[in-house]
Design a protein around this ligand. Structure first.
Ligand SMILES: C[S@@+](CC[C@H](N)C(=O)[O-])C[C@H]1O[C@@H](n2cnc3c(N)ncnc32)[C@H](O)[C@@H]1O
Length: 206
């Protein structure tokens, strides 16, 4: 079956699709040993993981600077963002923070095999040196309230965070607003009609 990403405004090349196919093969090879993604979703890698991650790039359209992805696991969204940056934003630097050493070894392997310029920090987010990133992302890592604490550690002043959230995103937003002040724009997810990508700026404690 021919693969595609089907995102408006992001017309990916054959080379990018080939890199994602190479990534898919490595994910399927390593997953049984280190459980990078839940096994049932391996059959739907293109929708559940690649498209789900790529939509963040299509919303942000970064050109340059540093993008930090926290708790990257099997590379979502961080490695997919790096694949797209290779085609659309060659001046964007990607840093992935993942404390599990087997998963960080996987991230480094994929980056090397696909020729991606990615830094992997195999440490806890709380122990990593302050990244001062222009862009920040994290999928399936923590509550919005906790993620905003990570913004305080690693997002540059004036930077933007992108957090994909599931059906409970409005409740998470209300809980976080009790502790943090921030601006939030919710983008509907293209992979789940109840989910949203929260675009967050101006984070500070209430
Ligand atoms: C549920 S997984 C999600 C992985 C990936 N973002 C995804 O959506 O498929 C959470 C990942 O964050 C990592 N993680 C959790 N807490 C962390 C921390 N404090 N510092 C660094 N990594 C952390 C875990 O090792 C795990 O790989």
């Amino acid at each position: 079956m021919a693969h595609d990403l089907r995102l408006p405004g992001l017309d990916v090349s054959r080379e990018t699709i080939a890199r994602l196919e190479q990534y898919e093969a490595l994910l399927k090879k390593w997953n049984p040993a280190i459980n990078l993604v839940s096994a049932p979703t391996l059959a739907q890698v293109w929708d559940r993981h690649f498209l789900d991650s790529a939509q963040i790039f299509a919303i942000a359209r970064p050109k340059s600077g540093l993008w930090a992805d926290l708790g990257s696991g099997g590379g979502f969204p961080g490695l997919v963002l790096a694949v797209l940056a290779k085609e659309f934003a060659p001046d964007l630097k990607l840093t992935l923070v993942e404390s599990d050493h087997r998963k960080s070894a996987f991230l480094m392997t994929v980056a090397r095999e696909l020729g991606l310029s990615v830094q992997v920090i195999a440490k806890r987010i709380e122990a990593a040196p302050a990244l001062a990133a222009e862009y920040l992302s994290a999928r399936a890592l923590a509550s919005l309230e906790a993620l905003l604490g990570f913004c305080e550690l690693h997002l540059a002043p004036g930077g933007t965070a992108y957090f994909p959230k599931g059906a409970q995103w409005k409740e998470e937003l209300s809980a976080a607003q009790k502790i943090w002040s921030f601006d939030c724009k919710a983008h509907p997810s293209v992979t789940d009609s109840e989910a949203a990508i929260l675009e967050i700026t101006g984070v500070r404690r209430v």
